[in-house]
Write a protein that binds this ligand. Structure first.
Ligand SMILES: O=P(O)(O)OC[C@H]1O[C@@H](O)[C@H](O)[C@@H](O)[C@@H]1O
Length: 281
């Protein structure tokens, strides 16, 4: 029998715990952030830093932070990197259970003090579809009468066991910007990791795979032509918040995005749904 329960973390954050015959999952109301997903009989598909303390207000270094309504640095001073949504409390607005499949919808009411960051009349939701596959969809609707544009990402942290043994595939034909330079044309289909990697890809195909010592993870995107591939490597690991010095060895981020020329432009009445689907092959 599938179960969906709301619980409180010892540090105070509320979360939704899902247990079905197909998977186990945990989703925090803060940031609508999933930090645990494990298909039945398989290893977990999400990574969390050894140094995260789950304190309210800072966001969790792992799982899938929702970067909205901008990705990366903002041109305005004081506007937080990756937007404000990942540290705000979302509401669980819809739960559906059928044949061991669970669907959950979280929505964010923009608080008065956040209107300075997002003065637009839109609705934003995160949908989770939980089976043997984890599908996360970030939905934006323009409820106003002017055009609205935004950038965003589902910033997934993957457990890859050993960064030196990881091959990421599915990149041929794409281009990328890295450390503010480029665009560079991707050489070949594969990426291996030997230094800090922080690439914003565009013109990227919809499916990539992560080949790890524990197996192959498939990462598929919908309504997204851009993605971010990130590993902080040795030096950045030392100063990154809530991140252990050795944590870079066991994680990689491959983030379904709408950035650069792939930003979302919504005319009045339009809806956009960015999805990422993750499974062990
Ligand atoms: O520390 P934050 O704000 O969660 O960001 C983590 C990383 O997020 C990645 O998406 C960026 O490409 C990196 O440059 C950044 O360091």
């Amino acid at each position: 029998m599938a179960s969906v329960n709301t619980r409180k973390h010892p540090q105070g954050l509320d979360y939704v715990e899902v247990e079905t015959r197909l998977c186990k999952a945990r989703i925090f109301l803060q940031g609508a952030q999933i930090d645990f997903f494990q298909p039945a009989g398989k290893e977990p598909l999400l990574w969390v830093s050894s140094e995260d303390d789950y304190k309210p207000g800072s966001g969790i270094r792992g799982g899938i932070p929702v970067c909205w309504p901008w990705f990366g640095m903002h041109s305005e001073p004081g506007f937080a990197q990756h937007g404000f949504a990942r540290t705000r409390n979302w509401k669980l607005t819809h739960t559906r259970m059928a044949n061991e499949e669970v669907e959950l919808v979280f929505s964010l009411d923009i608080a008065e003090e956040d209107r300075q960051f997002w003065p637009h009349n839109t609705a934003v939701e995160v949908h989770f579809h939980l089976t043997e596959t984890l599908k996360v969809t970030l939905v934006n609707r323009n409820l106003g009468d002017t055009t609205v544009s935004l950038t965003q990402a589902l910033h997934t942290y993957f457990p890859i066991k050993d960064i030196h043994a990881l091959t990421a595939k599915g990149f041929s034909g794409a281009k990328y910007i890295e450390f503010g330079e480029g665009p560079y044309a991707q050489e070949g289909d594969e990426v291996r990791f030997v230094r800090e990697t922080d690439r914003v890809y565009t013109d990227l195909g919809e499916v990539q795979t992560l080949h790890t010592p524990d197996g192959v993870i498939e990462v598929a995107r919908e309504n997204s032509r851009s993605a971010v591939l990130w590993n902080p490597w040795i030096d950045k690991s030392k100063w990154l918040a809530r991140f252990g010095d050795e944590d870079y060895l066991t994680m990689v981020c491959l983030e379904a995005a709408n950035v650069l020329e792939d930003k979302v432009v919504l005319e009045p009445g339009q809806t956009h749904a960015l999805s990422t689907s993750i499974r062990w092959l």
